[in-house]
Every structure is written in structure tokens, then in C-alpha cells.
Design a protein around this ligand. Structure first.
Ligand SMILES: CSC[C@H]1O[C@H](OP(=O)(O)O)[C@H](O)[C@@H]1O
Ligand code: ADE
Length: 347
């Protein structure tokens, strides 16, 4: 990790400095974003962030984002490093209107890319397929098994007139996962971030190379037979939303890491009732609180240390140019317009 000189970070309440009220938050923002954060079920806003702008659902060539994008700024007292900007987006909408199969994933990721995000951290409620991954534990998966049913638009490069094939062997940013894992481990020594509110016990953050998230179609949960099959396939946790989000982030050259938050044991335990939303509300609430604490720490530490993957693209920069098979001369104006929305520097 490229640890720039350590500095203190001030979390400034924008309003105390400008005298603005919440109703006067600007709806435009001109700067660039350092980090995009996507909230999932149970995480509809980041409490730690005071917005400096709220961009109304953004119109992209792939439709409109599922929620407004809230921009927040960490003002640091080191002018050589500048301020740190975060963009927060709610995957299912602020009132949870979009079911997993109908989330406008392409618009969401395109909007974050268009805002110049350098990386994306995404939160997701998941079921656990392993006994040792308990409800309220968090997981940093490194692999995905696709069980979506082809009903989601999962690429920017799947149109007649624009064909591209990106590498997806390692779908997550292991460097970002390690960064998150290290900061949680460090905090565990003094002031743990992930805590079970009811018992005060520390919740585990699971992270190793092979942890695998299964992405199913939904919206219904799995049958017991399916749940057991996913275990046999090597799945560790299950959700309905890592795809196509992770694929689209890759097509945008964005380092992407999902932070999974376990709410239940899905349906594979014969002696337990299969999951229902009703039975996991307490876990969702606990996880939402921990997600807020974790997001705060991630932002603070990224602002202080400027990890390499934020500045060097984590090895993804430039990969898209090589991945597009269609000859540029054969592309229509419309296609080039769309490409420019994502990559103004390339086309
Ligand atoms: C807990 S109900 C199932 C729902 O929760 C997850 O949503 P998200 O990934 O946005 O947190 C899961 O993927 C399902 O969509
Ligand atoms: N058991 C489960 N299956 C799919 N998505 C989930 N999200 C939370 N729990 C889940």
C-alpha cells in the first residue's frame, strides 16, 4: 500500500461553515469523486455523511439511476492531498422500489463512472451457506457463481454494433478487500467496528481467496434443495444483486468490492425454518448500523492513506480499449456517444 504521510482528517459539517440548510443542498456537483458507495437492503443512506450535493436520479444512456446520488466531502487539513469525495447510491431506491431483477444496474454504475469515481464499495444483505458464517457476520467474497436467469441487462458491450469481452476471472478487488480487512482487524484491538448490538460480541469479518457469493434471480428465496446444491457447488453466501453490478464495474474499469452482511442461514439447515424477511429484520438493522460504522472508517482511512488501488486503477486502467472487438470505424455516432459517457478519454 502506498501510505502517504499520515495526516488528521476532519469530518466537517458543511452546514456549519456555509450556513446552508438541508433544503438548500445543491443538485449539481463539479468536482471528481474518489469513492462510490452502493447501499443495499437495510442501508439506504450513510448516517456519517453530511451531503454537500444531492444529484437527482441521473439520466444515463442506459436509463435513470435507482436513486439520487448523494455527494459528501471529507475536508482534510493537508492541502497537498486535497479533499476526499464520496458518492452514495441506493441500489433498490430510497423507498426500496426496485426488485433485484429490475434494478437499473447499468445506469447506476454508468453514473458512478461518469462522475469519475475511482473505485466502488458495495454493501449487500446475504444468506449464509456455511455454519461458521453466522448471521450478523460480514464477508469479503472473492468469487461469484452466476445463477441469474438472463433477464438482466448485464453489459455495456452486448449490442449489435458494439461487442466487447472483458476478463472477469477475479471479479473483486482483492487489494480493496485486504485494505478493508486490515482496518477491521486493527480496530478489533481497541474499538471493534462490527458488533452484535444485542450481545456486545464482535462479529467476524470473513475474508479469504475463495469465498464465493452465489447470485440467484429472486425475488423468491431458494428452495431447500437449491440451497443444498449451492453448498455443493462451493457457494459460501447467497444474494440477488452482485450480478450484473460487478460485471458492469469491471466494464467501467472500476475496482469493485462487495461487503456482504449475513442475515440468515438461507434454507439448507434441515432443523431450521427457511429464511423469510420477517425473521431477519433484527439482523438487517444490526448490519445496517455496522455498515455505517464500517463505511465511515473506510472513508476516513482512504482519505488519510490514499491506497494504491484508488490512484492506479488496480490494474484495470486501459483494459477496455483492448477488450472491444468492434472496429472503431464501424461504430455509429450513437455508439461512440455512449462510450464517451463512460470513457471520455478513450473515444
Ligand atoms: C434480505 S431480502 C433479499 C434481498 O437482500 C439483498 O439485497 P441487497 O443485495 O441489495 O442488499 C439480496 O440481494 C436480495 O435482493
Ligand atoms: N437467503 C438469501 N437468499 C438470497 N438473498 C438473500 N439476501 C439475504 N438473505 C438472502
Amino acid at each position: 500500500m502506498n501510505e502517504k504521510k499520515s495526516r488528521s482528517v476532519e469530518i466537517l459539517d458543511h452546514y456549519t461553515h456555509t450556513g446552508m440548510t438541508h433544503t438548500e443542498i445543491p443538485s449539481t456537483f463539479d468536482g471528481t469523486i474518489d469513492l462510490g458507495i452502493i447501499g443495499g437492503t437495510g442501508l439506504y443512506q450513510l448516517d456519517c455523511l453530511k451531503p454537500i450535493a444531492k444529484l437527482h436520479p441521473i439520466i444515463t444512456p442506459w436509463g435513470v439511476t435507482s436513486s439520487p446520488i448523494t455527494i459528501a466531502r471529507f475536508i482534510t487539513n493537508d492541502s497537498s492531498l486535497g479533499d476526499f469525495h464520496v458518492a452514495f447510491l441506493s441500489r433498490h431506491g430510497v423507498n426500496h422500489e426496485y426488485p433485484p431483477s429490475k434494478v437499473p444496474f447499468r445506469a447506476n454504475i454508468a453514473a458512478l463512472k461518469h462522475l469519475n469515481c475511482k473505485a466502488v464499495v458495495s454493501f449487500s444483505a446475504v444468506g449464509s451457506l456455511r455454519e461458521e458464517i453466522k448471521p450478523r457476520d460480514f464477508i469479503l467474497p472473492q468469487q461469484i457463481i452466476d445463477r441469474t436467469k438472463g433477464v438482466r441487462d448485464s453489459s455495456y458491450f452486448n449490442d449489435i454494433g458494439l461487442v466487447g469481452h472483458v476478463g472477469f476471472g477475479d471479479p473483486f478487488s482483492s487489494n480493496m478487500a485486504k485494505f478493508i480487512y486490515d482496518l477491521v482487524e486493527q480496530a478489533n484491538e481497541q474499538d471493534p467496528i462490527l458488533v452484535n448490538q444485542d450481545t456486545n460480541e464482535v462479529c467476524t469479518l470473513h475474508f479469504d481467496r475463495d469465498l464465493t457469493v452465489v447470485c440467484m434471480e429472486g425475488p423468491q428465496f431458494s428452495t431447500r434443495a437449491e440451497s443444498k446444491m449451492y453448498r455443493m457447488l462451493g457457494g459460501d453466501v447467497i444474494n440477488m444483486s452482485v450480478l450484473p453490478e460487478a460485471k458492469l464495474a469491471r466494464e467501467c474499469e472500476l475496482p469493485y468490492q462487495m461487503i456482504c452482511m449475513s442475515t440468515d442461514y438461507d434454507a439448507w439447515m434441515d432443523h431450521e425454518e427457511p429464511v423469510t424477511v420477517e425473521t431477519v429484520i433484527g439482523n438487517l438493522n444490526n448490519n445496517g448500523r455496522n455498515a455505517n460504522r464500517l463505511a465511515t472508517k473506510i472513508i476516513e482511512k482512504m482519505a488519510i492513506m490514499t491506497p494504491k488501488f484508488l490512484n492506479n486503477g488496480d490494474g484495470l486502467t486501459g483494459s477496455i480499449k483492448m477488450s472491444i472487438s468492434t472496429k472503431p470505424d464501424a461504430m455509429s455516432e450513437d455508439t461512440i456517444e455512449k462510450l464517451r459517457f463512460l470513457y471520455p478519454d478513450y473515444w
